[in-house]
Each structure stands twice: as C-alpha cells, then as structure tokens.
Design a protein around this ligand. Structure first.
Ligand SMILES: O=C(CO)COP(=O)(O)O
Length: 251
C-alpha cells in the first residue's frame, strides 16, 4: 500500500508570531505542496499566526502537546478543543523532551492520543530509546513497551489515522543521525508490532516517521527506506533547509 509521506517540523520553543510570519513570507510558496503532507508545529502562542499564514494552502498546523481532560482546574494546560478552535489539525504527543523534562508517562501519552482521536485531531505520538537503552541492547524492548501502551484501547479504524514518530533520544539535536538502516530497522520493528497488535491493514496504513537530526543532506536516503514514511524535524525545520526537506525528491 502506498502511504503518503509526511514532513513535519517541530519548532519546539522557538519562533515568536512575528518570526513565524517572516518564515512563511519567505518559504510558504516553496513548502506548499500536496505530496508530501507538510505539517508545522509551532508553540501554542504562535499557532494563530501560523494558521493565518498558511490559510488556503496544503500546509497543516499542529500543536506540540495538549491535555487529555475536557476542561477544569489544570493550570497551564490546554485542551484538544482549544487547539482545534485555533486551527490545528495535528498534535505531537509524548515527545521525548516532554517525557524527559515534564514527566510525561506512557499512560498519559495513551490518554492524550485517545482524546486527540476522539476529537478528530491527527495525533503524532513519539517513541524512542535513550543511548543507554540502545547500548544495553534494550532499544526494541523500549519501543515495544511505549508503542503497546500508546495503542491501548484504540480501535483499528482510529489507529490507522495515527502518525507515529520514532525518535531515538540519542539522535535528537545531537547531529548524530541514526543510520538509514538503524532508522528503517526500528520503524520496521514498530510496524511488525502494530501488525501483531492490530492486524496487517492497520500496519500497512499507519505512517511511521523517523526523527533525529534529519537535515537537507540525509533526508533523501532516509526517505527512500522501505518502512520510513516521513520525518519529524526539529532544528532543520526552523530555516531554509526545511524547503529542501519538503522537496526531498529533488534533493
Ligand atoms: O526532536 C526532534 C523532532 O521532534 C528532532 O530534533 P532535531 O531534528 O533537532 O534533531
């Protein structure tokens, strides 16, 4: 089955609304394509400016997080309805930086993924092992645990909509990319696991992205691998390199 590739930029805690406007003024015409699917995830504060800038184009906007409750006394949190109202179609869930610095758990990632699907958002949940886990031979055990828990209680129909991101923690922001083979092996492992859990149709439909120091120089080779359906990009999504990433077929 042919899966449409996805190039998603995770801006993390970068770019004010004014800086986002500048970015889109400069690059929007070059990243406004139908294939691959292009997504930009700015901070909550910058979402409205980004939504306004991409209006009428193929570029989708996503949030970097959300909470799983409907409303209530959860100081500092934001609901699915709020990001939808702001114009988001996607939401990153359980990024390793949130797991590392903000105590995100597999259970929370599962609850957020379910809530996002219930509300019609496309969740981009993240899984990935640390360097220590890889070096001690536990990488696949970690991926199994995180992926299985993330998918708990999710129907086959819903699971097909998930865009799962494999982001090895040791490759994020370090300039150390997983080799094409390592990245493909991990994405292939996750797909096999999804097949065991939810069947072949779901495994065939689910887009599985690689993230971790993807840049203009390595994108084409990574995108040519059989089980890699796109990239979740940090640093290189903040600048002109993103144009090359989106247009990787010509790179
Ligand atoms: O964490 C990432 C995307 O979510 C990857 O970040 P870098 O591309 O900066 O390594």
């Amino acid at each position: 089955m042919a899966r449409t590739k996805v190039i998603a930029g995770n801006w993390k805690m970068n770019k004010t609304a004014a800086e986002a406007k500048e970015f889109f003024n400069e690059f929007l015409d070059k990243i406004n394509v139908a294939d691959p699917e292009v997504v930009i995830c700015p901070t909550y504060m910058t979402i409205p400016a980004a939504v306004e800038a991409v209006k009428g184009t193929n570029v989708g906007i996503g949030a970097q997080n959300m909470y799983f409750e409907e409303s209530g006394a959860y100081t500092g949190e934001v609901t699915a309805d709020m990001i939808i109202e702001a114009g988001c179609k996607y939401v990153i869930i359980g990024h390793s930086e949130r797991r590392q610095y903000f105590n995100e758990t597999d259970e929370g990632v599962n609850l957020k993924t379910k809530k996002a699907l219930e509300k019609g958002l496309i969740p981009i949940p993240c899984v990935g092992e640390t360097l220590e886990e890889r070096e001690s031979g536990k990488a696949f055990d970690v991926l199994k645990e995180q992926t299985t828990k993330m998918l708990e209680g999710i129907s086959k129909e819903d699971a097909k909509k998930i865009i799962l991101a494999y982001e090895p923690v040791w490759a994020i922001g370090t300039g150390k990319t997983a080799t094409d083979e390592q990245a493909n092996e991990a994405c292939g492992y996750i797909r096999k696991l999804v097949k065991e859990l939810l069947g072949e149709e779901v495994a065939d439909a689910m887009r599985i992205l690689y993230g971790g120091s993807v840049n203009a120089g390595n994108v084409k080779a990574l995108m040519s691998m059989s089980d890699i359906d796109g990239a979740l990009v940090g640093g290189a999504s903040l600048k002109a390199d993103f144009v090359t990433l989106v247009n990787f077929k010509e790179a």
